[in-house]
Write a protein that binds this ligand. Structure first.
Ligand SMILES: CC(C)(COP(=O)(O)OP(=O)(O)OC[C@H]1O[C@@H](n2cnc3c(N)ncnc32)[C@H](O)[C@@H]1OP(=O)(O)O)[C@@H](O)C(=O)NCCC(=O)NCCS
Length: 414
């Protein structure tokens, strides 16, 4: 049995944010029926293709374990089929531009009339306010949610992160909203509206930066590289690679950095493990020196401390540094490239990186379910071809007969 067995999701999501959410729910056992426009489907099927005429990795890696039905929801007969799907589903999820479902004739009021138990879940770029009608993609969300203004080095421009905190991050938020609403429905019998704005999702992940904004009015942010020699402006600044917590941290070079862009390691010079770290890098002298042997004394010299640490790390590979510092309880982590992660045996063993077979592209690598439930096993299945399950869904879910299915096809409805 899987956690969400028996839950059926009408998946109108596309691109990344919504599909991330419904893919997770599918991995937990929900029956996810992806509704796509006939002939075209989710735009990502053809975006960033690596093999001509084959569903892109962009699509295949975000739509595992789903069934695909093609349906023109702007055609009257398509609307009738869509209405019947709404009747049979527990959740409808979508991330169209604002108002798209209303324009098809499916407002929240209408959806509730059709099925009062349904949960209507959406990702939008912004919540109600000046930008509510805007279309939004990942980097727009990172910029408008506080991610970009706080990422990068103090003397450089704002930078967006490689992690897709706007799209996949908001998809995760939405998944939590959906299961929470399903849980409440157990008590009330009623569905509800669940909306996650990408700006809100990014800001939620930038929570500590709002913490720092407020701390700034009480004095300089001592863990930021601007302290003590630089200046602070009015807003939370970019902190480079500073740790952001109460312990100083930085990325330092390791052996091979001249040619390998990922020969670096993150080291946190936590007070509790400082003695061991100082000894390891050959600075026993720091232990007796009042200029170095307290966190307060080191604080104004963090740069100098990390350059001394780096003099040592440059003589070792990032994995050797890890081996030496881990037993000393010094928190540290090598900068791992995506290539290294894709080859890491332990990630394969846990199913976090999986190899999936696809009838048109052959085998490819994907990220499996990062959320591990002990009683709900995950089997990652390939993404569906466009409309692969149209007949099956019309017949088995909606009870349409062959003649009705043939007529819907002839009219271009499916
Ligand atoms: C992502 C985004 C920018 C893409 O914009 P887009 O490619 O122009 O696509 P839209 O969402 O506007 O939808 C396109 C149209 O297809 C229509 N459509 C979608 N599925 C359909 C179907 N099965 N049958 C008929 N029409 C369909 C929609 O109704 C909409 O038509 P309309 O503009 O006439 O109302 C936009 O969807 C958006 O801002 N979404 C919310 C935020 C979000 O999730 N962004 C992150 C994406 S990773």
């Amino acid at each position: 049995m899987k956690a969400l067995d028996g839950v059926r999701i009408l998946d109108m999501t596309h691109v990344q944010s919504g599909p991330t959410c419904t893919q997770l729910l599918a991995w937990f056992g929900a029956d996810v029926i992806k509704v796509e426009r006939p002939g075209k489907g989710d735009a990502t099927r053809s975006q960033l293709r690596d093999i001509p005429d084959v569903d892109s990795l962009y699509f295949t890696m975000l739509n595992h374990n789903k069934r695909s039905v093609t349906l023109n929801t702007k055609h009257d007969d398509g609307k009738a089929i869509f209405t019947r799907l709404l009747e049979t589903c527990d959740v409808i999820a979508e991330n169209f531009a604002p108002g798209a479902l209303d324009r098809m004739g499916f407002s929240w009021e209408r959806i509730q009339e059709i099925n009062p138990r349904i949960i209507y879940a959406s990702v939008k770029g912004f919540g109600p306010g000046p930008y509510e009608d805007c279309k939004v993609y990942e980097n727009v969300a990172q910029c408008t949610g506080g991610g970009a203004s706080t990422t990068g080095f103090p003397d450089g421009p704002p930078v967006v992160a490689g992690a897709q905190i706007g799209d996949s991050g908001t998809g995760l938020h939405l998944a939590l909203g959906i299961v929470t609403a399903l849980f409440q429905r157990e008590q009330t019998g009623r569905g509800q509206r669940v909306v996650c704005a990408m700006q809100d999702g990014v800001l939620n992940l930038c929570r500590v930066k709002l913490r720092d904004q407020q701390r700034l009015s009480h004095g300089p942010l001592k863990e930021y590289p601007q302290y003590p020699n630089g200046t602070f402006g009015k807003a939370t600044p970019r902190a480079g690679n500073a740790s952001g917590g109460g312990q100083p941290g930085w990325i330092v070079k390791c052996k091979g950095w001249e040619t390998d862009p990922d020969a670096y390691i993150y080291i946190i010079a936590q007070a509790a493990a400082f003695d061991g770290l100082a000894r390891m890098i050959g600075h026993e002298d720091w232990l007796e020196d009042p200029e170095w042997n307290t966190p307060a004394a080191r604080l104004p010299k963090i740069d100098q401390m990390f350059s001394e640490i780096e003099r040592w790390t440059r003589t070792k590979t990032k994995f050797e540094v890890m081996e030496k510092l881990n037993p000393l309880n010094v928190p540290c982590g090598p900068v791992l490239s995506i290539k290294e992660l894709s080859q890491e045996p332990s990630l394969r063993q846990t199913g976090t990186v999986v190899e999936v077979d696809h009838p048109e592209r052959g085998s490819y690598l994907s990220v499996g379910n990062p959320i591990k439930l002990s009683d709900s096993p995950v089997e990652v299945k390939r993404s569906p071809l466009l409309g692969e399950h149209t007949d099956e869904i019309l017949r088995d879910v909606l009870g349409m007969d062959e003649a009705a299915i043939a007529s819907a096809k002839a009219d271009g409805v499916v």
